[in-house]
Design a protein around this ligand. Structure first.
Ligand SMILES: C[S@@+](CC[C@H](N)C(=O)[O-])C[C@H]1O[C@@H](n2cnc3c(N)ncnc32)[C@H](O)[C@@H]1O
Length: 256
């Protein structure tokens, strides 16, 4: 048996907490999964209960292809055995594994709220391990209920994009994203660093776009203003409407 790479961490999870990133995976990885001979997605570190892996399989089966396979990997053997009643072979499996992916070769890996519990120095090696067989990795973090989430897409060990996503009706101010940045960024949100400049610009645009028409219109106007100010937003109004913005990874905007 391959030795799982990583460490057991807190297993906190919640139903529906990862709906925002599930929707993004269907959108961003849908074509890749549709073309794949074996449409395997790994949900790495599903936590104390496998509810978010069950939801991921259901959402991708409905939105992308019904034969998508989701394998939940956990480094904690107790969580692997506790998850077995939720398995639905061959479509939904739960196995022991870590960043080495238990020898599997998925098209997509989701690792949510996993690396936040690791030291920052371990992030790059974990990214490399999870993308070593060519998978696209979606790695990020969210609050308890999934109202605020951020994630990166990592290809070949290198982060390509940063997505900020919020449930707009309860978004008070985009400064809140600072609390939920991916591990690789959270300690870099200080003046002079690209992620800090990005969040400041987003906050300024939001402040400038107060509107009587509610948070969705305000977010759309904020995104338009960011683009007009030269920020290279990679998506458009269809994603903005969901409370989502995707940009190149901050260090690609201004290398530090
Ligand atoms: C906070 S829970 C996240 C649960 C779920 N992904 C979510 O976002 O709701 C983190 C889980 O990741 C697991 N974990 C940590 N490192 C891991 C690794 N290297 N490989 C697999 N699982 C890991 C922990 O055991 C824990 O159950």
């Amino acid at each position: 048996m391959i030795k799982p790479v990583g460490a057991i961490t807190r297993g906190t999870t919640n139903p529906n907490r990862l709906r925002r990133v599930d929707n993004f995976i269907a959108y961003r990885c849908g074509a890749l999964l549709k073309e794949a001979a074996q449409p395997l997605v790994i949900d790495l570190g599903y936590g104390a209960t496998p509810v978010t892996a069950v939801e991921l399989r259901g959402r991708l089966a409905a939105a992308v292809r019904p034969d998508v396979v989701v394998a939940g990997l956990e480094i904690d053997p107790v969580r692997v055995s506790d998850a077995q009643p939720f398995a639905d072979p061959p479509w939904l499996l739960f196995r022991r594994g870590g960043f080495e992916l238990a020898g599997m070769a998925p098209v997509v890996v989701r690792a949510f709220n996993v690396l936040r519990q690791y030291p920052e120095e371990e992030v790059a090696a974990a990214w490399r391990a999870m993308t070593a067989t060519g998978a696209l990795l979606v790695e990020g973090t969210c609050d308890e209920l999934g109202r605020i989430a951020t994630w990166t897409v990592v290809e070949g060990g290198v982060p390509s994009t940063l997505t900020l996503s919020a449930r707009l009706p309860v978004l008070s101010h985009p400064a809140i994203f600072a609390e939920r940045l991916p591990k690789a960024l959270i300690h870099h949100n200080v003046p002079g660093h690209p992620v800090h400049e990005l969040l400041r610009a987003l906050g300024r645009a939001w402040d400038a776009e107060a509107t009587p028409f509610g948070p969705r219109q305000r977010w759309l106007a904020t995104a338009r203003r960011m683009r007009a100010d030269g920020w290279p937003l990679l998506d458009g109004p269809a994603r903005w409407r969901l409370g989502e913005l995707t940009l190149p990874w901050p260090a690609r905007l201004w290398p530090v």
